[in-house]
Design a protein. Structure first.
Lengths: 110, 882
């Protein structure tokens, strides 16, 4: 695990979960692994924040849960992006890019 | 976002918390196990892997708690948002809000009011422990003597045999209601009481709150001068005196010691406030053919009323064989007490309940229609929100929140209406409902209102909500404000709603029409006597001062004399029971010169004991022979006067005058000569056939109870005071009861019918107005939507008449389809109310036709206003504004 781990802001966690689920359905541990993988270990999402986030997003209609078999034949709850979730991902990505550009700009300013 | 899974999730969160909880536990468990496996694969020992995973998880319960908060929190937050949003939207359109809330309040209020009656009478168990096991036991009389009667009171000897021979009952008790006059410092107080056997209270399982009830000892003659008083009387007449036990009361001129006070609300039989012991002497215990008592019993645990019935039937037929002379044809009927009390009002209540449900359905259809029209204006808002990312569920949920808000507001208002309405209903029923005092809006009625409100909100909201959110966003946005017409689906929905409104109100109107026709027919029935300007009051002479016939005779003669001297009195008569007041005694008789039959098989006739002036006072006409005179006394020839019905039945085509008959209660006086035939009177109700009646002169059989009939020159009410005073001047201890006018007696005999009719008319009226509003609304909307088209038609040379005809035709089509559907359903439904009708059939074509005509006229009128507006469309303006 390279680099130091950073605490996630609420909004960014949603964005990362949406991003992690964009390629296809995953269960909770899968989401956590995928986030670690795509952020190269910078963010490691703990269950204490992962599950509340997953359920909040499910309530918001961005995720569609279903029960399925895991790699080693265990019943696990899988999450899949809904159309609304996909739109949310686009919207949040756009927002994030604006914010990060603005902040990068602000930091570069003298 | 798919609708169904979202709705199910919502549903699950609210109503299947356990399953949600369990699924989450499973989810966490799977996570933990998979994490551990990952760590094992990375080379840790199983124990170490599990330990680290648990640390990483950081407390299963805390995680669960946070998820729980989020799930519920999210729900509450969204709902709160929707509520605020909804309130804002509703406040912005006050007219719409007022109209919908009012219609729903009417519908829901009527439902709650009727439900509170249904609840108090049909649903709520009687206020006795284990009340389902309490039954009434009746005689069933021989049908040839009492056609149509299925319940008859019981004779002492038969009761004693039932009690001794039956095994189905824990206890069996016997009682009889009685009028008691309580001597006070002022006028005597006339009270309803009951004479009861000692196990009466243990059958009901109700105990005195102070003192005790009766011991078996009290059934022995000479030990029976004890009394138990009701809570209400204790408070009213004795100021809730805690030392009342042991005090002496003077009832019917006899002294009784108070031994107990019953709990408040205890009233059995109906309206009883005093209970005294029943003490039969040996002669009474052997009486088998005088049926004068009521029997109530408690079934043993696990014995059904049917089993008890089977046993009682066996016992009765054994008694029939044993005592054929008195018991031939007399059976037994076991009927649960609750059923016995409310059985008569159940059909009417169920009809009324159906009626109010119809009213609510019509109100809902109307409100749904209003919401559809309103939603049209909101379609752009909805499309915009959809474009901005609102899901369909979210929108449906918001619209539903709005309609539920409306319905709950309507429900609250309806609750107020119902609280007031149920009081009105009790007044309106004027005694035709048993236990009317218990009627009111209680928690169950409150819950009912809540459920009905929510259901109504959902019902009126779901159709519009689904329709709007189905709309294609692009389409709506593109259309902008150019309204060329609304989608055919929406129009179809609206029309279907209006058609069902018309159909439902037609059914209600037909129901009301049938009731009105019955009532008219009944009012035109001649009761056989003159109800105008006449007063009546009853008295029971207490045995202690009036044990001897000559004492009673003296009292009656003096009373008649005193009343006659009151200014304004034209004539005075006495009888033993006023017609239409209910009750009255019946006795068997034999006709001279015809073969004798056993007592049980002898013909029966209603019997009255009257003074010579009775017929003149009450206005019963003489048909043949003569009235009684003062010369018909105890030492003259025994005489009898019969009614036309009796003459027709027993002397068809013959002259009964001069024939002789022997009433079985007066065997010692021998055969009586028929000296007159008088007109028939209705005794038990205007809807019943006139029964055979015989009248005996009271001087030849002076009974201790009588009713006065006083014919007055002017308004009889003003004479109530002076006439009562005249009677009290003779004896201050004899309380007068049932004081009132004959008009009131007549009105009371129809109060049940009047109650049902008034309610059905009210509901049908409300339904008619709602349906008219519905038709108007749809036609108005259609005209609005088609303004452009109508404008073009007018511009192209269509005449105003053509437009008028076009719109009216459409309104008429809707109404006609509704009427057609309504007629078909009414034909099927009204027969359920057959038992409430008199003189008309449930499918009376006159009612069906005239009601349809009325409804079609109303439908035309409701479409005429929009049609006229259509003709006034200015083609130029119509085309330009679009």
């Amino acid at each position: 695990m390279a680099g130091k781990q950073i605490d996630l802001l609420q909004g960014t966690l949603h964005l990362l979960v949406l991003k992690a689920l964009a390629p296809g359905p995953l269960h909770g541990l899968g989401v956590s692994h995928r986030i670690a993988q795509i952020t190269k270990g910078t963010f490691k999402v703990k269950p204490g924040s992962l599950f509340p986030a997953l359920h909040r997003m499910e309530e918001a209609g961005w995720l569609q849960p279903s029960w399925g078999e895991s790699e080693n034949n265990r019943r696990a709850k899988y999450y899949r992006l809904t159309a609304a979730g996909r739109r949310q991902l686009e919207a949040e990505t756009e927002d994030w890019q604006r914010i990060s550009m603005a902040i990068t700009g602000a930091l570069k300013a003298t | 976002m798919p609708l169904i899974p979202r709705l199910t999730s919502l549903w699950r969160n609210l109503f299947h918390k356990d399953r949600v909880e369990q699924e989450f536990t499973e989810e966490i468990q799977a996570y933990l196990e998979m994490l551990t496996e990952t760590k094992i694969r990375q080379g840790l020992t199983p124990q170490e892997a599990l330990r680290r995973s648990l640390v990483e998880l950081g407390g299963v319960e805390q995680v669960k708690e946070r998820v729980r908060e989020i799930r519920m929190g999210q729900f509450i937050e969204t709902t709160w948002q929707d509520v605020r949003c909804g309130v804002r939207a509703l406040v912005k359109s006050p007219v719409f809000t007022a109209v919908t809330v009012l219609s729903l309040a009417l519908g829901i209020g009527a439902n709650t009011a009727i439900f509170s009656i249904v609840n108090a009478l049909l649903l709520r168990p009687l206020p006795y422990p284990d009340a389902a096991r309490i039954v009434d036991v009746w005689h069933t009389p021989p049908q040839q003597s009492f056609p149509g009667l299925d319940r008859f009171s019981v004779s002492p000897a038969n009761y004693l045999d039932w009690k001794a021979q039956s095994n189905s009952f824990e206890q069996m008790a016997v009682y009889q209601d009685t009028g008691l006059s309580l001597t006070t410092s002022g006028d005597p107080l006339s009270l309803t009481g009951a004479v009861v056997s000692s196990d009466f209270f243990s059958v009901l399982r109700v105990n005195a709150i102070s003192g005790r009830t009766f011991s078996a000892e009290a059934e022995r003659p000479g030990h029976d001068q004890v009394v138990v008083i009701g809570h209400g009387l204790w408070q009213r007449a004795f100021g809730a005196n805690p030392n009342i036990i042991g005090q002496t009361l003077t009832l019917n001129s006899r002294n009784f010691t108070v031994v107990g006070v019953m709990p408040s609300g205890f009233q059995f039989p109906l309206e009883a406030e005093l209970w005294v012991p029943l003490a039969w002497d040996d002669k009474e215990r052997q009486t088998r053919s005088i049926h004068d008592y009521w029997v109530v019993a408690r079934l043993k645990q696990n014995v059904s009323p049917q089993q008890a019935q089977a046993e009682m039937s066996t016992i009765s037929s054994r008694l029939e064989q044993q005592f054929p002379e008195q018991n031939k044809g007399w059976g037994a009927l076991v009927i649960p007490l609750h059923e016995d009390l409310v059985g008569d009002v159940r059909p009417a209540l169920l009809v009324l309940f159906c009626a109010v449900i119809f009213v609510l359905l019509i109100a809902c259809a109307n409100v749904a229609n209003l919401m559809l029209s309103r939603g049209f204006n909101r379609q752009k808002e909805i499309a915009l929100r959809t474009a901005l990312g609102a899901t369909r569920v979210r929108l449906v949920r918001q619209l539903l929140t709005e309609s539920v808000l409306l319905a709950v507001a309507g429900g609250l208002l309806g609750l107020l209406l119902a609280g007031w309405g149920s009081k009105m209903l009790v007044q309106l029923s004027s005694g035709s409902l048993p236990n009317a005092g218990d009627i009111g809006v209680d928690t169950l009625a409150l819950g009912f209102t809540l459920v009905v409100s929510f259901a109504a909100g959902m019902v009126v909201g779901i159709v519009p909500a689904l329709q709007f959110t189905r709309a294609n966003i692009g389409e709506t946005l593109k259309q902008g404000s150019s309204r060329t017409g609304s989608s055919p689906i929406k129009q179809r929905t609206r029309k279907a709603l209006v058609i069902s409104e018309v159909a439902l109100s037609l059914i209600l109107l037909i129901g009301a029409g049938l009731m009105i026709r019955s009532f008219w027919k009944l009012q035109n029935v001649n009761p056989g006597f003159d109800t105008g300007n006449a007063l009546t009051m009853s008295i029971v002479l207490t045995p202690i001062r009036y044990s001897e016939p000559h004492q009673r005779l003296a009292f009656v003669e003096r009373a008649i004399e005193q009343i006659r001297s009151v200014p304004g009195v034209i004539s005075v008569g006495t009888t033993t029971k006023i017609p239409l007041a209910g009750g009255g005694s019946t006795q068997p008789f034999t006709i001279e010169g015809r073969p004798a039959a056993a007592v049980a098989e002898q013909p029966m006739a209603q019997t009255r004991y009257i003074s010579p002036d009775y017929y003149r006072a009450i206005g019963i006409p003489l048909r043949q022979g003569r009235f009684f005179s003062d010369q018909d006394r105890d030492n003259s020839v025994p005489v009898v006067i019969i009614s036309e019905a009796m003459a027709r039945r027993f002397w068809p085509g013959e002259n009964p005058i001069g024939r002789r008959l022997t009433p079985s209660f007066h065997l010692e006086q021998g055969a009586r000569e028929i000296v007159g035939v008088v007109g028939d009177v209705k005794t038990s109700g205007l809807d019943a056939d006139a029964s055979a009646m015989m009248y005996l002169p009271y001087k030849q059989a002076p009974l201790p109870f009588m009713s006065f009939v006083v014919r007055t020159a002017s308004n009889p009410e003003t004479l109530i005071q002076p006439v009562s005073k005249a009677i009290y001047s003779i004896d201050k201890e004899q309380a007068l009861t049932d004081v009132g006018t004959l008009e009131q007696v007549l009105a009371r005999s129809m109060s049940g019918r009047r109650f049902n009719m008034t309610l059905l008319i009210t509901f049908a009226g409300v339904a008619l107005v709602l349906a008219a509003v519905g038709v108007y609304g749809v036609m108005n909307y259609t005209v609005m939507m088609r303004r452009r088209e109508l404008g073009i038609r007018l511009a192209l040379g269509a005449q105003k008449m053509d437009v008028l005809r076009l719109v009216l035709g459409q309104g008429l089509t809707l109404t006609l389809i509704g009427v057609g559907a309504g007629l078909l359903s009414a034909y099927a439904v009204t027969r359920l109310m057959a038992s409430l009708l008199y003189g008309v059939t449930a499918t009376d074509y006159l009612t069906f036709v005239s009601v349809s005509v009325v409804l079609i006229a109303v439908g035309l009128l409701a479409s005429y206003l929009p049609a006229r507006r259509a003709t006034k469309v200015d083609p130029m303006i119509a085309l330009r504004t679009e």
